[in-house]
Structures are given as C-alpha cells and as structure tokens.
Design a protein around this ligand. Structure first.
Ligand code: HEM
Length: 407
C-alpha cells in the first residue's frame, strides 16, 4: 500500500506522533496520491525547503491563474480568497517584503515588551475568578490572547465578543475538507470583520490613538504606505494568527505537563525563584513537543530535484513541522519532554522569510500564562485522570476542545 498522511482521520488528529514516526523513518519524502502533494517529514528537508527561494507560499506573483491552469475562483468564497491573496503570509516576492517591513515597523518587539504588566494583570484577574474546577481551554487559555491582540490593535471592548467566532469561522477553510455551511460562515466572517476594521481605521485617521491600528494607518517606508485593503487584511491576519495557535499551544502544553507531573513539580519549584527564564525555556519545549500548527505547505516555483525526488513547477509540498520537531536526527531523545532543552531549534514558528512575526508576543504570553497558572494552582491536576482529553477540529490547526482541570 502506498504511504498516506490520514489528515482527516480523528485518531490521527488525536495523536499523530506514532504514525509520523513510522512515515519519517520509512518514507521521509513521499508523494501522497490522495492529497496530491509530496509530504516532507524530516527536519533537514523541512528547514532546507523553508530557506530555499525555489519554494513559496504562493505562485501568483510569478504566473497568472491561466498559466497555472488553475480553476476559476469559487464565487462562494470570493472575500475569503481576496483576504488570503492580500496579506503577508500568502504573499511572496516584493509584495511580501514590503508588507512585512511596513507591519514590522508598527508591530515592534518593543511594543510587545511593554505589554507585560497588562498581560500579568489580565491573568491575575482571570485566575482569581476561577473556581476549584474549570476548563483550562475556555476559562484560561482562550481569553488572554484574544484580549491582548484586541487591545493591542485597539478594538473597543463592545466589539470584541465577535472576534473569536469570526476567527474560528475563517480558519475552518484552512483544513483540507470543509462544508458549504462552513464556507459561507467564513465568507460572512471576512466581510463583517473587514467592515469593523475599516470603520476603526477611519476613526483612527481622524483621531489617532496609541494603538496598532493607528500605527498601521500611519506607517510609512520610503514613501510607501499600506493600502486600505492591505491594512484591513493585515489586521484580520494578526487577529487570527494572534490567538488560535497561542490558545492551542498553552492548553496542549499544560496537558503534557499534567500527564507527567514530575515536570509540573519542577515548574512549581522554579516559580518561587522569581527568574522567568525556566518558563521561557519550558515554553519552547512544550511548543516543540506538541506542535499547535503541525503542517504548512509550499508551492514549487521552478522544476527541481530535491533529495532525489523530482518536483515540477506548481507542485505542492506538505511540510510536517510536527514531525521535524520530533526528528531524532536533530533532537536528542526527541519523543521525551525535556523542559531544560536549550538550544531548542524547533520549527513551530517556521523558518526563513515567513518566520512568525508574532513569535515574541506568543512567547511572552505563553511564558507569563504558564508562570501565573503554576503560582496560583501549584497542585493543578486533570479533573478526570482516566478521561482522554480530545483534540477537536482538524490537523492543520490542532487543539484541545476542552481540558477540565482541578486545583
Ligand atoms: C504559539 C503561537 C504561534 C505559532 C505556533 C505561530 C506559528 C507561525 C508559523 C509557523 C508561521 C509561518 C507559517 C509558514 O511557515 O508558512 C507564522 C507566521 C505568522 N505569524 Fe505566527 N504563530 C503564533 C502566534 C502568532 C501571534 C501571536 C501573531 C501576531 C499577533 C502571529 C502572527 C504571524 C504573522 C503575521 C505571520 C506571517 C509572517 C510572514 O508571512 O512573513 N503569530 N506563525
């Protein structure tokens, strides 16, 4: 039987690691006929491809849809497609460089570092409101990243309740299969989300504030500015990218710690010492160990040979970051959690020109969330140790639906 990556199989989504290990050892680079893509499982291949200019997130900066023989766009998701065609994550070449540099000027690491006291205050408030038993996903992991990115951008409190449902609807279309209903919900979410950002941008032009939307409205580089649609689509990207993976990364990380309580106990000890470093290092390892965004794809931009596999312009490769992160050729005892692993060159934030722009924010949020949780709930445990918490949704954005815990 030819090898296959069972992306939509719930058992695979629940625990992909044994299957990934088998594939990585037996067929590290194979063409999956069902997915119509070459699947890449080893660390060196993935990192090599991410750094190679002959691969890109899109092809449309080089060829027209006609030249590529692509079908006509589906009118049922025209706003969704326009959004994706316009933000930096799905741009290449000059457009990507321009967008990344403009957004990077407004969304600086310094701006992120100033958020620490506010993040700590939000976490404090959240933890004091929690009872002895709670759902770590909905009650703890979710609220922070959404609040932080909303406050950072300057989305008023009255509008924030819509952000998570919009984002959840949009990201459904990144999975390999979706229904017509999901398609129309994603389309509606993009339209409504864009309308809100356009309204806020107009308000900030007239009355600038100390927030990221104002910074994005004003940002300029050699006479270049963001167009209206680039600004809208950047804000939607930041809101979506800015919380889905952080929520999933924290809850999967806490689950890994509660399953091996000796690690949790080490963090409890470290929390008394006041030095944040052990939490920063632990977060890197948790993100490696259970990767919240396990797979990203690239197009082949020109005919080439990769490690004996011939790839044609227009082909797609599926890069399995979750597999590279467990590759024993790169990580000693790759299947073991080692909270002191340092250096930890994991692939969780990508590599190369699309390296996660929000990594400093994600790292700060996760380290502070973990430290506050350990301090407030040193004897945290699974509410039902016999029940296996389920990873709902899909493989592309993989996360726990619920994580009932007791403190
Ligand atoms: C644990 C949390 C996060 C993870 C695991 C993550 C992961 C990633 C990865 C893997 C990429 C590159 C995708 C590829 O290789 O094709 C990426 C890109 C990006 N991320 Fe994140 N991310 C996280 C949090 C954030 C946050 C908090 C923000 C912003 C508020 C953010 C904004 C972005 C943006 C704007 C890009 C596009 C960069 C580009 O195309 O040049 N991410 N992220």
């Amino acid at each position: 039987m030819s090898p296959h990556l069972p992306l939509t199989d719930p058992a695979f989504v629940q625990n992909p690691y044994p299957a990934l290990e088998r594939l990585r050892e037996e067929t590290p680079l194979f063409f999956d006929t069902a997915l119509n893509r070459t699947v890449v499982l080893r660390y060196d291949d993935i990192s090599g491809i991410l750094r190679d200019k002959r691969f890109g997130r899109t092809l449309t900066h080089l060829y027209s849809r006609d030249e590529l023989g692509w079908p006509l766009p589906d009118p049922a998701q025209q706003h969704f497609d326009a959004f994706n065609g316009n933000h930096m994550l799905d741009s290449e070449g000059e457009k990507h460089t321009r967008l990344r540099s403009l957004v990077g000027k407004a969304f600086t690491p310094r701006r992120v570092e100033t958020l620490q006291p506010r993040i700590e205050a939000i976490l404090e408030e959240r933890l004091s409101a929690l009872g002895p038993e709670f759902d770590l996903v909905a009650d703890y992991a979710e609220p922070l990243p959404v609040t932080v990115i909303a406050e950072l951008l300057g989305v008023p409190e009255a509008e924030r309740f819509q952000l998570r449902p919009w984002s959840a609807a949009i990201v459904k279309l990144y999975e390999p299969q979706f229904t017509r209903t999901q398609q129309s919900e994603a389309e509606r979410a993009v339209v409504e989300f864009s309308a809100l950002i356009r309204k806020l941008a107009a308000e900030r032009r007239a009355d600038p504030q100390d927030d990221l939307i104002t910074a994005l409205v004003q940002v300029e580089d050699g006479g270049q500015m963001l167009s209206e649609s680039e600004l809208t689509d950047t804000c939607i990207l930041l809101l979506n990218a800015g919380h889905e993976a952080s929520v999933n990364g924290l809850s999967a990380g806490v689950l890994a710690l509660l399953r091996q309580p000796e690690h949790w106990k080490k963090l409890v000890q470290a929390s008394g010492e006041g030095d944040p470093k052990p939490f920063r290092t632990a977060v890197e390892e948790l993100l490696r160990f259970d990767t919240p965004l396990p797979m990203f794809e690239r197009y082949v931009l020109e005919d080439l040979d990769w490690n004996g596999v011939s790839l044609k312009m227009g082909d797609q490769v599926a890069l399995i970051y979750a597999s590279g992160n467990r590759d024993p050729r790169r990580f000693e005892r790759a299947d073991e959690l080692n909270l002191s692993r340092d250096p930890n060159p994991h692939l969780t934030f990508g590599l190369g020109r699309h390296y996660c722009l929000g990594a400093p924010l994600a790292r700060l949020e996760l380290a502070l969330s973990l430290r506050a949780l350990v301090r407030h709930a040193p004897i945290l445990r699974l509410a039902d140790p016999a029940a296996l918490p389920e990873y709902g949704g899909g493989f592309v954005i993989r996360g726990l639906g619920r994580l009932p815990v007791r403190r």
